[in-house]
Design a protein around this ligand. Structure first.
Ligand SMILES: *Cc1c(COP(=O)(O)O)cnc(C)c1O
Length: 427
């Protein structure tokens, strides 16, 4: 690795002073005695998010049902209105994004829409390292369509347990594959898959492809105009700081606006027909056609405020800082932690890694418990990974410096040995 970093605390402080995003930290509810490194699981709350929650709650309080019609139907259009604020971040065209449900339910919707198996093409291609819920959704749809998982699911395996190679994905794109679902960034190893290359190869073979942006949206800009995927899903509670259980996102490429939504609901109707309450469904002519029931107003609200911060900071600047601060963390880990049995499990190249560092250690579980008692909030993933996500908007270089000091201390003094290795429910 380049020697652009130094090991001293002064160096970290200088980096913070020079950080073009440094003022955003004050907008978040950061605790000064805690090092929060879990923004890739649940991003922190911000003043803007709190304000937008209060605004929706206040409108309900003041207006009752009349709130639906306020400001030219602001809330009636809320899932699209706030969805549009994500457009720049992923390079979508107007009206290709809706906010609804969760990743899991949006996957069910997308698969019900795009998975149309026939005798020749009936397989779905996934990777062996994806998050379980994505795989559960795929398996459900395979079975709903009358196939067995054994005959219709193709899983691209990892060679080393960390990464999925693009060449292996492409090699698995046989003529029976109808649809591909992959994560943009692998949740454990932080590998960023080459979305443009994979999408192009899929389309050359007439395969529909969708991406799960859970670990990239809000950390990495995407250019969907260039990538041109068929659909994408994501959550908004990770890097987007939309709050616990905040609404999910669904992108439908405009070339598919004429397709029938797989799982229809009355909010997918054309706006002018919805309240006629007829049993005839006439789908809206854009991604709004994939909406289902009443919008999750209270779980869209905090996202609205949070996205104002993103607009101001700019996703390019966020990615730039994220790359430097994670590289700095890797630098310190190499200098100070490798001798204590830690190993960096994420790809090193900028164009192949997401927003977190994946630190492996055979005692990762007990080290994570010890970290909590040292005021660090990490994120543990089986079997041996400590995920550390210094978030560009609110984490500092000094925090990264202190984090590495604590990791060093815990293993040098073996204080993790005071903890039990028996697994609890959530870490
Ligand atoms: C976080 C995450 C999920 C979570 O799904 P929800 O339905 O939003 O709970 C799904 N897939 C991936 C890849 C994730 O990282």
């Amino acid at each position: 690795m380049e020697r652009k970093f130094q090991e001293s605390l002064e160096f970290a402080k200088t980096m913070d002073l020079r950080d073009p995003l440094k003022d955003f930290r004050a907008r978040f509810h950061v605790k000064e005695d805690e090092i929060y490194m879990d923004g890739n699981s649940l991003g922190l709350s911000s003043k803007e998010a709190q304000q937008s929650i209060e605004r929706v709650a206040g409108d309900w309080k003041k207006e009752g049902i009349k709130m639906w019609g306020m400001e030219e139907g602001r809330y009636f259009h809320y899932p699209k209105l706030v969805g549009e604020k994500l457009r720049g971040m992923i390079g979508a065209e107007p009206n290709e994004i809706i906010l609804n449900g969760s990743i899991t339910t949006n996957l069910h919707q997308a698969l019900a829409t795009f998975y149309k198996p026939n005798k020749e093409r009936y397989k779905i291609l996934v990777d062996g390292l994806n998050f379980p819920t994505d795989i559960y959704a795929v398996k459900s749809l395979i079975e709903l369509k009358g196939y067995t998982v054994e005959e219709a699911l193709v899983t691209v395996k990892s060679r080393d347990g960390r990464e999925i190679l693009e060449e292996d994905i492409i090699a698995a794109m046989t003529e029976e594959v109808a649809l591909i679902l992959l994560p943009s960034v692998l949740y454990r190893s932080a590998q960023l898959i080459n979305m443009e290359q994979i999408t192009e190869e899929a389309h050359k073979r007439g395969i529909i492809i969708g991406w799960d942006l859970a670990h990239s949206i809000g950390a990495i800009p995407h250019n969907f105009k260039k990538i041109d995927p068929d659909f994408a899903v994501w959550c908004t509670y990770k890097y987007l700081n939309g709050g616990p259980g905040s609404v999910g996102g669904l992108y439908i490429n405009r070339k598919h606006f004429g397709k029938e939504a797989g799982l229809k609901g009355w909010f997918g109707n054309r706006d002018d027909l919805q309240f006629l309450l007829e049993h005839r469904f006439e789908q809206a002519g854009d991604a709004g056609g994939w909406l289902q029931g009443s919008p999750h107003m209270l779980s869209i609200a905090p996202l609205e405020g949070s996205l104002d911060i993103f607009e101001e900071a700019g996703i390019q600047r966020i990615r730039e800082k994220s790359l430097i601060i994670t590289e700095y963390l890797m630098f310190l880990a190499e200098q100070r932690l490798e001798k204590y049995g830690y190993r960096i499990g994420n790809p090193r190249e900028n164009h192949r890694r997401g927003g977190h560092v994946s630190l492996e250690h055979e005692e990762a579980y007990r080290i994570s418990l010890a970290l909590r008692d040292h005021g660090v909030v990490p994120d543990y993933r089986e079997p041996n990974v400590i995920r550390l996500a210094p978030a560009a908007l609110y984490n500092t270089y000094e925090e990264v410096f202190r984090l590495v000091e604590i990791l060093e201390k815990i293993t040098k003094e073996k204080s993790f040995e005071h903890y039990s290795a028996e697994r609890g429910t959530v870490l």
